[in-house]
Design a protein. Structure first.
Length: 295
C-alpha cells in the first residue's frame, strides 16, 4: 500500500485524506493549522515540514488555496522539493495557474520525481462523499500509478493530457459553473418577481432540458437562503481571474465570464467574500430590489 503525504487539510483536504486513510494508506500530514485529530487518531503521522512529508512518502498530495501557496509548499524553506528523491510523485490537487503548473512540473521533474496536476470539482459535498471529479494532467504512467488513489477520493477521474492540462480543465469547469449559477439565479429571480413559487418552478425545471446539478443543489440554496460556504466566493473569484488572465494571454474575449466575475465582486463588496458561490444571486437581488425567497 502506497505511503501518502498530504499537505493542506482544510475544508476539502480533510475529508479527502480521511478517505485515503480509510483505504488503508499510511498518511504523513502537514498543515499550517492544527492537524485534524481524527486523522492522527487513525494513525496519521504529524510532520514538521513539507520536506519531512516528502522524505517519508511515496507520493505527496498538495491541497491548498492558490498558486503562491503551492509554490511555497513545494519550493519554500524546508519545502517538499527538498525532501524528494528519484521515483517519488508530487500531486497538486489545488486549483491554480496552468502556466505556473507547467513551471512547477519542470522543476520537480528536474529532481527526478514525477508531477501531476489533479484539481477537483464537487466542493465540500463531493469531498465528503468521495464523489469528486478529478481532472489530471501529467505523464500517463504516473497517472496510472496514482489512479487507485484518486479512485478513493472521486468517481469521475480523467487523464486529460500533459502537465497544466488538468488546471486548464478546472478553469474551464469554473467558467461553466459560474455562468450556470448566474443563469439559475436570474431564472429564479425572474420567476419569483413574476409571482410564481420559485420552489415549484425549480421542481418543474428539474424535469426538463434546463435541469442541471447547479439547479438542483444551488437552486435549492437560493430558495432556502443557505449560503454557508461549501465553496467560497473568494475562491471562485480566484479561479475566474485565472480564466480572464489566460484569455488575455491567448487574445480571447470571455464576456460572460467577466460579467460573472463582476457579480462576485459585488457580493464581496457587500461583505460576502466567504459566502458560498451560489450567493452570486444576492448581487442580482440587490439590483432588482427583490429576493428569490424569504429565509
Amino acid at each position: 500500500m502506497m505511503k501518502i503525504g498530504f499537505i493542506g487539510l482544510g475544508t476539502m483536504g480533510r475529508p479527502m485524506a480521511g478517505h485515503l486513510q480509510a483505504g488503508q494508506h499510511k498518511l504523513f500530514l502537514h498543515d499550517v493549522a492544527p492537524l485534524p485529530q481524527e486523522l492522527i487518531d487513525g494513525g496519521g503521522v504529524a510532520c514538521k515540514s513539507g520536506r519531512q512529508v516528502a522524505q517519508e512518502s511515496d507520493a505527496v498530495i498538495v491541497m491548498v488555496p492558490d498558486t503562491p501557496h503551492v509554490e511555497a509548499v513545494l519550493f519554500g524553506a524546508d519545502g517538499v522539493a527538498a525532501g524528494l528523491s528519484k521515483g517519488k510523485i508530487v500531486v497538486d490537487m489545488s486549483s491554480i495557474s496552468p502556466l505556473a503548473t507547467k513551471e512547477f512540473a519542470r522543476k520537480i521533474e528536474g529532481l527526478g520525481a514525477d508531477y501531476l496536476d489533479a484539481p477537483v470539482s464537487g466542493g465540500e459535498v463531493g469531498a465528503k462523499a468521495a464523489s469528486l471529479t478529478i481532472m489530471v494532467g501529467g505523464p500517463e504512467r504516473t497517472f496510472a500509478a496514482m489512479k487507485p488513489v484518486f479512485d478513493k477520493m472521486g468517481k469521475n477521474v480523467t487523464h486529460v493530457g500533459g502537465n497544466g492540462d488538468g488546471q486548464t480543465t478546472k478553469v474551464a469547469n469554473q467558467i461553466i459553473v459560474a455562468l450556470t449559477i448566474q443563469a439559475v439565479g436570474e431564472a429564479l429571480l425572474f420567476a419569483s418577481r413574476a409571482g410564481a413559487d420559485p420552489a415549484l418552478v425549480r421542481q418543474a425545471l428539474m424535469g426538463g432540458f434546463a435541469s442541471s446539478r447547479i439547479l438542483e443543489v444551488h437552486g435549492e440554496r437560493m430558495i432556502k437562503r443557505n449560503f454557508a460556504p461549501g465553496f467560497r466566493i473568494e475562491l471562485h473569484q480566484k479561479d475566474l481571474n485565472l480564466a480572464l488572465e489566460g484569455a488575455r494571454s491567448l487574445g480571447l474575449s470571455l464576456p460572460n465570464t467577466a460579467l460573472a466575475q463582476q457579480m462576485f465582486a459585488s457580493c464581496a463588496a457587500h461583505g460576502g467574500s466567504a459566502w458560498d458561490h451560489s450567493a452570486l444571486v444576492r448581487a442580482l437581488e440587490m439590483m432588482a430590489n427583490h429576493e428569490v425567497a424569504k429565509a
